[in-house]
Design a protein around this ligand. Structure first.
Ligand SMILES: Nc1ncnc2c1ncn2[C@@H]1O[C@H](COP(=O)(O)OP(=O)(O)OP(=O)(O)O)[C@@H](O)[C@H]1O
Ligand SMILES: [Mg+2]
Length: 320
């Protein structure tokens, strides 16, 4: 698998009046190969969306980036948003399809706008292309969806239409930010299956952002577990979920309802993600970790290879 996306030691800081106020991304490294689905999983505030936005070239104002991002071997200028390759090279599907579409235009006209920005096709050819993609994502009445306003469609239909829109310009990398969070369980499962089957058909790579290890298990080939702006565990989904090496990943797994007998309380990870990461010394997870020793509060653990292709940032990963 050749690398489509390389994120190398990505950092993002925010500053106000010349002073750094927070450092939400503290060195993220990961790769996405062609046709590979890579999950980014972590609790709220861990830096998942910021990572996706950096890859898209859409970091918010005030963000000070560091590190490197290579897309298709060309380096992205992190400091300058670059809209020309957006849609063509990378495309994003947002969490809430209801707000991602503009309520006052039909689905069809919004999809025409996307194509017009990137390709010169006649109106008629555009329409055929749009209907083709609406069909590919499994919408039973593509003509009706094309003519509909967003409020006339269900959440699941909107999410399929959103995916069709993201694929219109045949991107090589698709970023999905919590694409199933707003959907009920059955519809969410169908969307996850759809993403895998489209990946098999088109061969694009996927960066899949989620807070759920259940979703990772369902759809991802590889997973990066994020904690407080860092990758703390990285490897194939089978390795990371089957034999977790970082106490945080273990904690997330123990909190999954499927792992528990009916009526037994779920195991929650005590405490919360630190809000501001400026003054952290040592491991950011130490305060919540039941395996923490004194050294954890002074040594900042690197993301070491524990087994072939399986990395964890924990000084005790070898013993646990
Ligand atoms: N525009 C901004 N200005 C200042 N801080 C920001 C900004 N955007 C994000 N942050 C900070 O960066 C951290 C990571 O945010 P991010 O949106 O990447 O989290 P997330 O992992 O996507 O969380 P969620 O699961 O809630 O979507 C947050 O703690 C937030 O405080
Ligand atoms: Mg987010």
């Amino acid at each position: 698998m050749s690398e489509l996306l390389v994120v190398d030691d990505l950092t993002v800081a925010f500053s106000a009046r010349g002073k750094t106020t927070n450092t939400p991304l503290r060195g993220i490294s990961l790769t996405v190969g062609q046709g590979e689905i890579v999950g980014i999983v972590g609790e709220t505030g861990s830096g998942k969306t910021l990572t996706g936005l950096a890859v898209l070239g859409l970091l918010p104002g005030g963000a000070v980036p560091g590190g490197r991002i290579l897309l298709d071997d060309s380096e992205r200028d992190l400091a300058r948003p670059n809209s020309s390759d957006r849609g063509r090279v990378v495309s994003i599907v947002f969490q809430n399809p209801g707000t991602a579409f503009n309520p006052v235009f039909t689905i069809g006209s919004q999809m025409h706008d996307v194509i017009t920005r990137h390709r010169s096709l006649s109106k008629k050819a555009q329409r055929a292309h749009i209907l083709d993609y609406l069909t590919q994502v499994g919408l039973p009445e593509p003509e009706r969806v094309y003519r509909s306003y967003p409020h006339e469609l269900s959440g699941g239909m909107l999410q399929r239409a959103m995916i069709a829109m993201a694929l219109l310009c045949e991107p090589r990398l698709l970023i999905l930010d919590e694409p199933t969070t707003a959907l009920d369980v059955t519809v969410a499962k169908q969307i996850l299956q759809l993403i895998r089957s489209l990946r098999d058909r088109f061969g694009f790579g996927v960066l899949f952002i989620t807070h759920s290890l259940g979703v990772v298990h369902e759809v991802c080939d590889t997973v990066a577990v994020l904690y407080a702006g860092r990758v703390v565990e990285y490897g194939t989904t089978a390795d990371v979920l089957g034999d977790p090496k970082h106490p945080y990943t273990r904690g997330l797994l123990d909190a999954l309802p499927a792992r528990h007998e009916h009526g037994q309380p779920l195991e929650a990870i005590p405490g919360a993600v630190p809000g501001n990461l400026l003054s952290i010394a040592g491991c950011a997870f130490a305060d919540r970790c039941r395996f923490a020793i004194d050294a954890c509060r002074t040594i900042d653990p690197p993301l070491d290879e524990i087994a072939p292709g399986h990395r964890a940032a924990c000084i005790r990963a070898g013993e646990l």
